[in-house]
Design a protein around this ligand. Structure first.
Ligand code: PRP
Ligand code: URA
Length: 208
């Protein structure tokens, strides 16, 4: 499955501010939200619409609308929560699930601590949100948990993705399409994305 990387001057501009270590919590949070909105816009480009008939002030019109109820967005806690505000501004009626995961600082393996998804999730298209796709461990585990619940249509939205993480998701879940704002260069010895933006969760929530 191909990876969609947003290539647009506005995205590059916003990423430059996001990556800058001088950017403070408020602006960082706003940028994560805005970039999530652009990613969502791109990911929904294949959405199937349903025919509806409406009345404009002038005439009646047969047109098409999205059935928002067919979609569920699932942020991976914590950092994925930062993307939710932008997403719900665009698709306010989508259902929301939560997957709690953090990376063990020594093994870099994800530890799952919370899982709550909307009823009937198996009948929805699920879009996972996490600003950072590094080793891909968290993404692969989150996808597996959703597949165990019967979900068959999954997309993964990240702001920055490392080639290592992309490769791993593509190998273990070739059916999952990845959308990212940028594919970075590599992971460092601590499995942080280079050049990256540091720790997304800490920068969104101001915890360090
Ligand atoms: C970050 C990020 C991803 C994960 C990516 O979360 O938000 O969930 O690391 O790394 P991986 O691809 O190597 O699994 P983190 O563990 O820092 O938790 P947090 O969101 O609670 O800060
Ligand atoms: N998690 C982050 O927040 N940043 C990285 O670079 C890698 C994992």
């Amino acid at each position: 499955m191909e990876v969609v990387e947003l290539t647009h001057p506005l995205i590059e501009h916003k990423l430059a501010i996001l990556r800058d270590k001088k950017t403070g919590t408020k602006e960082f949070r706003e940028l994560v939200s805005e970039l999530a909105m652009f990613l969502c816009y791109e990911a929904m480009s294949e959405a199937e619409l349903e025919e509806v008939e409406i009345e404009t002030p002038i005439t009646s019109l047969k047109t098409k609308k999205l059935n928002e109820d067919k979609y569920a967005f699932v942020p991976i806690l914590r950092a994925g929560m930062g993307m939710l505000e932008g997403i719900t501004r665009v698709i306010p009626n989508a259902k929301i699930g939560h997957i709690g995961m953090y990376r063990n600082e020594k093994t870099f393996e994800p530890v799952n601590y919370y899982f709550k998804v909307p009823k009937g999730i198996e009948n929805k298209e699920v879009i996972i949100l996490d600003p950072m796709l590094a080793t891909g461990g968290s993404a692969v585990d989150a996808i597996e948990l959703l597949k165990e619940k019967g979900v068959t249509k999954i997309k993964f939205l990240s702001i920055i993705a490392a080639p290592e993480g992309i490769k791993r998701v593509q190998k273990e879940h070739p059916d999952v399409k990845i959308y990212c704002a940028h594919i970075d260069d590599h992971l460092n010895e601590n499995k942080y994305i280079v050049p990256g933006l540091g720790d997304a969760g800490d920068r969104i929530f101001g915890t360090k």
